[in-house]
Design a protein around this ligand. Structure first.
Ligand SMILES: NC(=O)c1ccc[n+]([C@@H]2O[C@H](COP(=O)([O-])OP(=O)(O)OC[C@H]3O[C@@H](n4cnc5c(N)ncnc54)[C@H](OP(=O)(O)O)[C@@H]3O)[C@@H](O)[C@H]2O)c1
Length: 803
């Protein structure tokens, strides 16, 4: 019956097959990408399969298989090689005068080879290249460069020629060997804007630009602004200082590579600039910074010269004892990319983020690594005005100084303590009327946006890519730490949007997904063209939208946001307008006019717009930070770390339940002195089923000479280099045992003795009845240790102490 019915249905056109979307098997990757976006209805069909054989085209670029990169072992050269290998290229020749000089280059080349790309190293100056020994390249990337920055009065013929010849004679030699092959040369903004000490470099680059402008030159000249993590800027302290005075932002090499590949894929001659102009703020913070040293409240662990030697041998190759304390890193072959390895390592080891590539001068040695790390662990550099008070050692500091578990302090680190308790003068902020920020598809420039939200009256957010507004966090990455670090910055961005008094306008002309949805969610006015589309696809990758979901709740309401999170569905402009995510749909051609009309309305109305945002209708929520904690818990569970807390074997809690159902929980952690630990949470949790079954009342007490003294600073110091959202999640976990005990529904009597400090105080206050011995010393002293009392404590104290 059903078959007949179906047959009839198809014949009559009553039953229509679902639509199909076809992809040729060469583009199967695009098919999967399309499917993962959840945009389609019906079936996705793969065509072009012959003999059941599946042929997958892995080449993603139209630039050909073989590439020659001059300066290929330098910072940008290696990055290009890596990117070409990622795009599926099969051969790269890297040309440099000295060949491989360090372990970092070796490792990068290994990575490129592992991607199936054959690497040939040619140890030669560009002008000495001989065609017969080389394969025909599809594209030549001319990235060889020498920097000889000198005052004109000190310039020598040799220095001048070295710079100019490498670029200009080098280019001409390449062209004479390969008259019709595409050449991509790298020039610099110095060619156009000039730069102190760089006359020869500017001339060489301007000449390359001129060659690329010639008709049929088959030459592209890409004029770059300063890159943060490769090359020039990393080579000397002066470079960064020079760039402080020119109007360019320092750019990240990854974003720049995207733009290079795009230009190279579309054009084969002409001059193209890749540089970001600085958003000017009149009173640059640097002007008001005064660096002073302070002994940090606690000092870190030891760091030895051996560790530094081992690290240097890993990045530069060889064995640790090859490097003495006075070995100069630069002289041992440190180049631009391995410079970044050193910088990141110092950030990790020292916890200070103000160490810059430009701090690595020619004189920077293995010993310098030790000095920076040791001094940062022992003292912290605070960029603020200060007021000192030598006698303010806190009660808790005294307590922990006498604790057996305090960290080891090197005698040379025991510097005079300086405590900051004076008010910090607010730097004077100059307001810009309108700042437009171009948002990149897969990278958020957190600092620029946050700084604009502090200074500008109106912030306009536009997309830099024609198709994509922003895709949020790098959720495809397998590196949980990089996602967690992104999350920290994202939380800061979300908080900046919550607290800003700038008016925010978002203009959406392409895809917005995942964390990128924060931008329309927080915008005061959001307009979109018909090309825009939206969605929270995290669920398709077994991820969850985190901070962004709360911003969306404020704009769309709970139920709509929940649906978007759960379904991961993507939707177009009309639906976005219907649910209130955007405010207007504007035709592409009218967009600029619409924006300027809207923004004009606010010109010279800044006091009113700021009053509306600050006083009249302020954002009340401060949920970003809390959501960061929630996200941290999720991320750690995904990485397997959530259930993996380090739980020691020692006894921290004794439990007895008598025949009347009186349960006595005695905290007895002699190792960590009744402080917040994962062990205590685990011990309480394991007791909960028994308490639920047999107990009628709980007595919570301590067998030590104090009740509980909150978080253990020695333990929390171990967290210092970790992403904040991970730390917040762990902090929460440390409290959770007591929270679960307090919400069990049984009456709890606390017997308080000795010190009840910091986080120990809310434990006492969560109990229903408190009995104290005569020696009890209650003190929530977080402030005196530079911490604010946990939300719970401030809330509980208000309940208990207010009239
Ligand atoms: N990084 C930036 O901020 C920036 C900004 C604007 C423009 N650019 C441009 O981008 C390109 C790449 O710069 P980069 O930052 O990657 O520089 P880099 O790290 O200093 O690398 C340059 C490489 O060129 C090689 N080289 C020098 N003279 C050579 C010669 N005669 N023949 C063959 N190789 C030679 C050097 O290796 P050997 O010494 O071993 O031969 C070095 O590895 C350059 O054209 C530069 O002008 C860079």
């Amino acid at each position: 019956f059903w078959d007949c019915w179906l047959e009839g249905g198809f014949k009559n056109g009553e039953i229509v097959p679902l639509p199909t979307q076809e992809f040729h098997c060469k583009n199967v990757e695009n098919a999967f990408r399309f499917m993962s976006q959840g945009k389609h209805m019906g079936k996705i069909v793969i065509t072009g399969l012959s003999d059941g054989k599946f042929c997958v085209e892995t080449m993603k670029t139209n630039l050909g298989q073989s590439h020659l990169i001059t300066g290929g072992l330098g910072g940008l050269g290696l990055s290009i090689a890596f990117r070409l290998a990622e795009e599926g290229c099969k051969n790269v020749c890297l040309v440099g005068r000295r060949g491989i000089t360090n372990g970092f280059q070796k490792r990068q080349i290994d990575l490129v080879s592992k991607m199936g790309c054959h690497v040939k190293i040619i140890t030669s100056a560009v002008v000495d290249l001989v065609a017969s020994s080389l394969p025909q390249p599809s594209v030549i990337w001319h990235a060889a460069t020498v920097y000889e920055d000198k005052m004109f009065s000190e310039m020598t013929e040799e220095a001048w020629n070295l710079v100019v010849d490498t670029k200009v004679k080098g280019y001409n030699h390449l062209r004479s060997i390969w008259p019709s092959t595409r050449i991509v040369t790298f020039s610099s903004v110095a060619a156009y804007f000039g730069n102190a000490l760089q006359t020869s470099y500017a001339l060489a680059n301007a000449t390359l630009d001129a060659y690329a402008r010639k008709k049929n030159s088959k030459t592209l000249s890409i004029r770059l602004g300063p890159l943060d993590n490769v090359g020039f800027i990393t080579k000397s302290k002066n470079s960064r200082i020079l760039f402080d005075s020119v109007p360019f932002e320092i750019m990240n090499v990854d974003g720049v590579l995207d733009r290079i590949m795009k230009i190279t894929g579309e054009k084969d001659s002409g001059v193209f600039g890749i540089y970001d102009l600085k958003q000017t703020t009149k009173n640059n913070n640097r002007d008001v910074k005064a660096k002073v040293k302070s002994a940090s409240e606690g000092t870190g662990n030891t760091y030895t010269i051996k560790e530094a030697q081992t690290f240097v041998s890993v990045i530069l190759g060889g064995s640790p004892d090859q490097y003495t304390s006075s070995t100069s890193l630069k002289e041992s072959g440190l180049d631009s990319l391995s410079t970044m390895e050193v910088v990141n390592y110092i950030h990790e080891q020292s916890g200070r983020q103000d160490f810059k590539p430009s701090n690595i001068t020619d004189e920077f040695t293995v010993q310098s690594i030790v000095d920076v790390i040791v001094s940062s662990r022992g003292t912290s550099v605070v960029e603020t005005f200060t007021h000192t008070n030598k006698d303010s050692k806190t009660k808790e500091a005294e307590f922990f100084d006498s604790s057996p578990n305090r960290p080891i302090v090197h005698s040379e680190l025991a510097t005079e303590k300086t405590v900051f308790d004076g008010p910090e003068p607010e730097p004077e902020i100059s307001h810009e009327p309108v700042v437009t920020i171009n948002i990149a598809p897969s990278f958020i420039d957190f600092d620029s946006i946050i700084s604009a939200l502090k200074t500008a009256d109106v912030v306009v957010l536009r997309q830099s890519d024609p198709l994509v507004f922003n895709h949020g966090a790098p959720i495809e990455s397998n590196n949980e730490i990089s996602i967690a670090k992104f999350m920290d910055r994202y939380v800061a961005l979300s908080e900046a949007f919550e607290s800003t008094s700038s008016t925010v306008v978002a203009i959406i002309e392409g895809e917005v997904r995942g964390g990128g949805m924060l931008f329309p969610a927080v915008a005061d006015v959001c307009v979109a063209t018909k090309k825009a589309s939206f969605g929270l696809p995290e669920i398709h990758r077994n991820m969850v939208p985190s901070v962004v979901s709360k911003a969306l709740v404020e704009r769309l309401g709970q139920s709509t946001t929940r649906r978007l999170c759960l379904t991961g569905e993507s939707f177009q402009t009309e639906q976005a307008l219907r649910i209130g995510l955007i405010d207007h749909i504007v035709d592409d051609d009218d967009l600029d006019q619409f924006v300027s009309n809207t923004v004009r309305r606010w010109k010279s109305r800044a006091p009113a717009t700021r009053f509306i945002k600050n006083e009249l209708l302020p954002k009340t929520s401060t949920h970003s930070l809390a959501m960061g904690t929630v996200a941290g818990t999720w991320l750690m569970q995904q990485g397997g770390a959530g259930d993996n807390h380090d739980i020691g074997k020692h006894e921290v809690l004794k439990i007895s339940i008598d025949e009347y159902g009186v349960a006595t929980l005695t905290m007895c952690d002699t190792t960590y002195q009744n402080t917040m630990t994962f062990e205590m949470t685990a011990a309480i949790r394991s007791a909960l089923p028994r308490l639920r079954r047999d107990a009628k009342v709980i007595i919570l007490m301590s067998s030590l000479n104090h009740f509980h003294v909150g978080l253990n600073p020695a333990k929390t110091r171990e967290w210092r280099n970790r992403p904040t959202c991970h730390i917040a999640a762990d902090m929460k976990e440390c409290y959770m045992g007591f929270v679960e005990l307090a919400t069990l529904g049984l009456p709890i009597i606390a017997i308080l003795n000795g010190k009840v400090y910091g986080g120990g105080l809310p434990i006492a206050l969560w109990c229903d009845y408190r009995i104290a011995s005569a020696d009890v010393d209650m003190h929530f002293g977080n402030l005196s240790r530079g911490m604010s009392p946990a939300g719970q404590l401030s809330q509980l104290l208000r309940e208990y102490l207010s009239p």
